[in-house]
Ligand binder design. Structure first.
Ligand code: NAP
Length: 242
């Protein structure tokens, strides 16, 4: 397998991030695998990545903590610039707006938007200097259509979509391509406690998507075949929102 450079994937100890890390490793990328605190799961994903012949460097930090991000990434970025950044770390804290506390609001916005800001800012200058790079932000159908019980999460993901388009315009001339993937209902830990049957009527395909199906879209956006695509939001949602 031809060596292609480094891909930094945030929130990659499980779920969509783990599938993205493995898919990019298959394409020949070494992985900087970020996660928050689940070391055991991160180790397992790293083993999977290495089975495709790539290197895997686990980097644990909270993407919403600007000091933690820079303390970890600064020394690494002195030596190398990732070609790919996938901003995937995120979580939901669902409740109705009338019942939502400050913490439920701010923590969900912070991991998505501050996380995007801190990590992207660190990596972007190297990409611009080298005049090449791919950034893929993992948004959500909730950020496109809105979802009751998810005012915080919908706001965060809609914000991320806005940031994707604005940044795409800023860095297009530097050959840094910025896109988003917006998954619908995907089988992961985040959705395992949802009353599945209740949501099925919203999904034309009649099933949840897999992490592999989301990773396929990310893989495409990071490939040579996507060299004229920027500022786009690719929905991977089984027809849930068009
Ligand atoms: P998941 O299985 O719960 O995995 C979340 C990952 O994010 C874990 O690796 C976790 O690390 C990491 N993480 C969480 N907070 C973090 C932080 N502050 N700093 C660094 N890492 C952090 O989630 P998922 O379902 O794969 O979701 C991944 C992304 O897809 C999220 O942005 C989510 O909003 C989006 N998404 C998911 C769905 C869905 O249906 N599943 C749909 C649309 C969009 P630890 O394991 O160490 O905690």
């Amino acid at each position: 397998m031809e060596k292609r450079g480094i891909a930094l994937v945030t929130g990659a100890s499980k779920g969509i991030g783990a599938a993205v890390a493995s898919a990019l490793a298959k394409d020949g990328y070494d992985i900087w695998l970020n996660y928050r605190n689940d070391h055991q799961s991160a180790e397992k994903v790293c083993k999977d990545v290495e089975s495709f012949g790539g290197k895997c460097l686990p980097v644990s930090f909270d993407v919403s903590d600007s000091d933690a991000v820079s303390d970890t990434l600064e020394p690494l970025l002195k030596e190398n610039t990732p070609y790919i950044l996938v901003n995937n770390a995120g979580f939901a804290k669902d409740t109705l707006m009338a019942l939502m506390g400050d913490q439920e609001w701010s923590s969900v916005l912070s991991v998505t938007l501050d996380g995007f800001f801190h990590v992207t800012k660190m990596v972007l200058s190297g990409m611009m200097r080298k005049r090449k790079g791919r950034i893929v932000n993992i948004a959500s159908t909730s950020g496109q259509s809105g979802m009751p019980g998810q005012v915080n999460y919908s706001a965060a993901k809609a914000g991320l979509i806005g940031a994707t388009k604005a940044l795409a315009l800023e860095v297009a001339k530097r050959n840094v391509l910025v896109n988003a993937v917006a998954p619908g209902f995907i089988e992961t830990e985040m959705t395992k406690d949802l009353p599945t049957e209740q949501f099925m009527s919203m999904i034309p395909f009649g099933r949840f998507g897999t992490t592999r199906e989301v990773a396929g879209a990310v893989r495409f956006l990071c490939s040579d075949r996507a060299s004229y695509i920027t500022g786009q939001i690719i929905a991977v949602n089984g027809g849930t929102y068009m």
